[in-house]
Design a binder for this molecule. Structure first.
Ligand code: ATR
Length: 273
């Protein structure tokens, strides 16, 4: 049977096996999908061993995405732009192809929630790996402006300079930000510690769309805060998780699974509904 897995550390709580097993059942693909948690300095060896032993493809998550970028034979254009690899496929001619489906997953999830990106003003919070992966797919939707704000301003400036060939991207400090924005995407890891990015409450209005790339069984700190400020449309990253997986599955198997039912099952599994 064709073998796939996700590399991460820690990875025990990953939902990827659950999601890909449902995709395989739905599309009647014969495959198994497991977990691998190599020590941080043993990822390269573990990756080599997996493919030497007949593995067909894998996902890569924290903290290995940047390392995976350096280990594959070839990079997709979107992985090159992202500077990170979350999906690897062994091609028929034996080449390890590195791809990145995170940004496509974000855009697909935003669209599935009915969020309009074309001609919109987007505020992206954070300038780490997650922000980098999101930028090209977001700019491909032709927003009128995309503003990056980050605690360490120099990193936002660096990202804006790197992606300015793809659209109207600027970097502003949290203090400089002036609304109205149509959509705020939180790519910071602040919610992981229950913290908030230092965003002025006045930037949140009832018609704004709020997206936190993090997720949990209950509202993330950012989603909870945005609701308190009156935002009516708030989304967390669970849908992005399913959509990036669907994109990876499509890369591997050449068949696109449906995501709605799988997202519902995942929410039930997590106790969200
Ligand atoms: P990831 O790969 O998930 O993006 P990362 O590369 O470590 O992780 O980036 C984390 C991002 O969250 C950074 O933009 C970080 O800001 P700094 O560049 O200033 O470190 C941001 N971040 C983390 N905790 C934060 C907090 N409490 N408030 C604001 N920003 C925070």
């Amino acid at each position: 049977m064709d073998r796939y897995l996700v590399f991460g550390h820690p990875v025990r709580h990953s939902k990827s096996p659950f999601i890909h097993t449902l995709f395989a059942r739905q599309t009647q693909q014969e495959l198994e999908y497991g977990l691998a948690e190599p020590a941080v300095d043993e990822f390269a060896q573990a990756l080599r061993t997996f493919f030497d032993q007949g593995g067909k493809g894998c996902n890569v998550t924290v903290p290995f995405k940047e390392q995976a970028f350096t280990l594959v034979d070839r990079l997709s254009p979107r992985a090159k732009r992202a500077g990170a690899v979350n999906t690897i496929k062994l091609t028929d001619d034996g080449v390890l192809l590195g791809d990145n489906t995170d940004g496509a997953g974000l855009v697909a999830d935003l669209k599935s929630h009915g969020v309009t990106l074309a001609d919109s003003r987007i505020l992206l919070l954070g300038a780490g790996g997650a922000a980098r992966g999101a930028l090209a797919p977001l700019l491909a939707e032709l927003p009128s402006e995309l503003v990056i704000a980050n605690r360490t301003h120099a990193k936002a400036q660096q990202l804006a300079a790197e992606f300015c060939d793809l659209g109207h991207v600027t970097a502003q400090t949290y203090e400089q930000l002036a609304g109205p924005f149509d959509l705020v995407i939180n790519s910071t890891s602040a919610s992981l510690q229950g913290e908030l990015p230092p965003l002025a409450p006045a930037l949140i209005h009832t018609d704004i769309a709020i997206y936190d790339m993090m997720y949990g069984a209950s509202d993330t700190a950012f989603v909870g805060w945005a609701k308190q400020q009156g935002a009516r449309q708030t989304m967390d990253g669970l849908g992005m998780l399913v959509e990036q997986a669907a994109e990876a599955f499509t890369v591997w198997r050449g068949i696109r699974p449906g995501t709605k039912q799988v997202l519902r099952e995942l929410k039930r599994n997590l106790g969200v509904i």
